[in-house]
Design a protein around this ligand. Structure first.
Ligand SMILES: [Zn+2]
Ligand SMILES: [Zn+2]
Length: 385
């Protein structure tokens, strides 16, 4: 007998294995729903970069809202291009807050709501400053008061106004090949000046289907908040393999309070982890906090007349974790790399354990990044009471 425990244990918490085959299972698996941190903070999924027909997106804002609710987001920012309005002749909207207003009303939970439309969603007003060349390229201002007052040909005036409105401001896709042909994000004097003035607070290290080591390095070197966003223009269902367990590119906000102010405070403090293709990207302490909240170790007693011990690793998060056992403890029945699927347990036998009560295992978590090309290492002990 190699297995003491059924390896795919479906948790009572309602998290299903990532590979879902029917619509109910997909609707659970697509949710970016992480357990609370061990220090009690909430892990709130937000997408701070989206488009609708009010700029160059393909859907009415209520569709954006319903997608966000299906994905279990706590907050979604409406961030239409200020300067790029290819549909203005068909959909004139002199008030640039109109998209936000429609989304905010759509997000209100109606008494007749069913399914995921019963989920609350914080809709955040935002705008994408859209300059034709880098620098400054594209910059999102979210938690703004009035998008109309951000309209200006002068980027300095726009940045000043966004900050006067109390916005959280971040550099979008700094590696986008339309403006950065070699695909390599690089700091510019313009952005360095914004950072010096306190006007620029974050940077996308992942946007839609792309991620950037260079943007991640810029974030770490300049203490910018690390963000992942969908920058969705079409449909989330088209761009992500939701049936295969995928999730939209988004940001986890590690928030002390589950409110708009709580999200803003955590964004300002840099307490975030970007989710990209089910990789977790962030500062070491933030990634470690999310991983420690997600993975639970349970050590069994030794098999009869042996010092071989069954250990279960349970994953309470919506992403699969790919673990490399760094040892020195070694498995009797597994290679040193294995995957613990979302919402499942993986059991392995650890050999030559003198005292199971003292057993700890050291894992490199291969689907995490704490610096470019560098993965988190954690040492886990039995967490069962
Ligand atoms: Zn953009
Ligand atoms: Zn955009």
């Amino acid at each position: 007998m190699r297995r003491l425990v059924v390896p795919l244990l479906v948790l009572a918490a309602g998290v299903l294995p990532a590979v879902a085959h029917d619509s109910d299972a997909i609707s659970v698996a697509r949710k970016i729903d992480f357990p609370k941190l061990l220090d009690g903070r909430a892990v709130l999924a937000v997408d701070l970069h989206t488009h609708s027909v009010f700029s160059d997106g393909s859907v009415w804002p209520d569709v954006r809202v319903e997608e966000a609710k299906r994905d279990g987001l706590f907050a979604m920012a409406v961030s239409e291009h200020l300067e790029y309005q290819p549909k203005a002749a068909d959909i004139p909207h002199p008030d640039r807050n109109r998209s936000f207003e429609i989304a905010r009303q759509a997000a209100e939970v109606k008494p007749t709501a069913t399914g995921d439309n019963r989920n609350p969603l914080l809709v955040v007003n935002g705008a994408e400053i859209t300059k034709a060349v880098m620098p400054p390229g594209h910059i999102n201002a979210v938690f703004i008061q009035d998008a109309n007052r951000l309209r200006s040909p002068d980027i300095q005036a726009q940045m000043q106004e966004a900050n006067a409105q109390g916005a959280f401001v971040f550099w979008n896709h700094p590696y986008w090949t339309s403006q950065t042909p070699n695909g390599m994000a690089a700091m510019t004097p313009v952005h360095a000046d914004f950072i010096r003035k306190g006007w620029l607070h974050g940077i996308e290290v992942a946007n839609g289907a792309d991620m950037s080591d260079e943007a991640f390095r810029i974030a770490l070197d300049n203490n910018l908040t690390i963000l992942g966003t969908s920058d969705i223009h079409g449909l989330i269902d088209w761009d992500y393999d939701l049936a295969g367990g995928g999730h939209r590119t988004a940001t986890l906000v590690l928030a002390a309070a589950e409110t708009a102010d709580g999200v803003k405070a955590a964004l300002r403090a840099g307490d975030t982890v970007a989710v990209y293709n089910d990789n977790l990207i962030g500062k070491p302490a933030n990634v470690e906090a999310v991983v420690r909240a997600s993975l639970k170790l349970e050590v069994d007693t030794a098999l009869p007349r042996t010092s071989v011990v069954a250990v279960s690793v349970t994953n309470e998060s919506p992403v699969d974790y790919i673990l490399e056992n760094l040892g020195p403890e070694a498995a009797y029945d597994e290679g040193h790399v294995f995957t613990v699927k979302s919402g499942a347990s993986f059991t392995l036998l650890i050999k030559n354990v003198p005292d199971p009560s003292k057993l700890q295992l050291t894992f490199k978590v291969l689907n995490t990044y704490i610096a470019p090309r560098e993965h988190l290492t954690v040492r886990l002990a039995d967490a069962t009471p």
